[in-house]
Write a protein of this length. Sequence first.
Length: 265
Amino acid sequence: MSGSWRAGLLAEGVSITVTAKAYRLLRAILMTATEDDKMLSRNPCWIKGADNERTPERPILTLAQVFELADRMADRRFKAMILLTTFASLRWGEVIALRRKDLDLTARTVRVREQLLELEGGEMRLCPPKSRAGKRTISIPSAIIPALADHLKRFVDEAEDSFVFLGKRGAFLRGGNFRREAKWAEALKEMGLTGLHFHDLRHTGNTLAAQSGASLADLKARMGHDSDRAALIYQHATRDADQKIADALSARVKAERKKARKKDH
């Protein structure tokens, strides 16, 4: 029970940290039900390490993999969704809440004004973004504009308030419906990818933005974060990668010089 519940949270894009906190709370509640109230014979929360908030290294797609994944979506409505989520660093709730009026393909921007959350009991509710910084306007790479224009033309009603990404029957998208209709697992298997969550598209987008040399302030604005912490993670990762490149170049220079000295002797 606890295993499938935890897996469901992670699959929906809930962070490791939040999932771990929720797991600890559930385990404490069930421990009371088991030891104090004798309502259960044993605590079903038994997953080793599930309460650990240490975030494992998440997969990062290459540019080629992002476009391949988009092309492999079983339903063509989701090609533009994959591209926009990645290259605008959007959260799941943000991308499924987008309206036609939020996309300006001439200015090449997408505006995040709200998010769509699935509440307990299954109700879908439009809410403000996670923080004040969550309301933002993000520039879109020109390379994905044709896919977005095609999507708007083929799948989105002309009304400015029309939602950009909906399920097959015109209802709000839910994580399970998306994975089923897009055949997400099948696409990942065909590409030889394992353990990729939808949230990792945002992670990939954040990484690409950091690799472009964006400043801390620019990264925070693009990601929709109030604090420096998350943006610094991507900057540090980029600096680490850059240092490895520099070390590799240094090793190559040393090898070439050593080879040259041997020739001289």
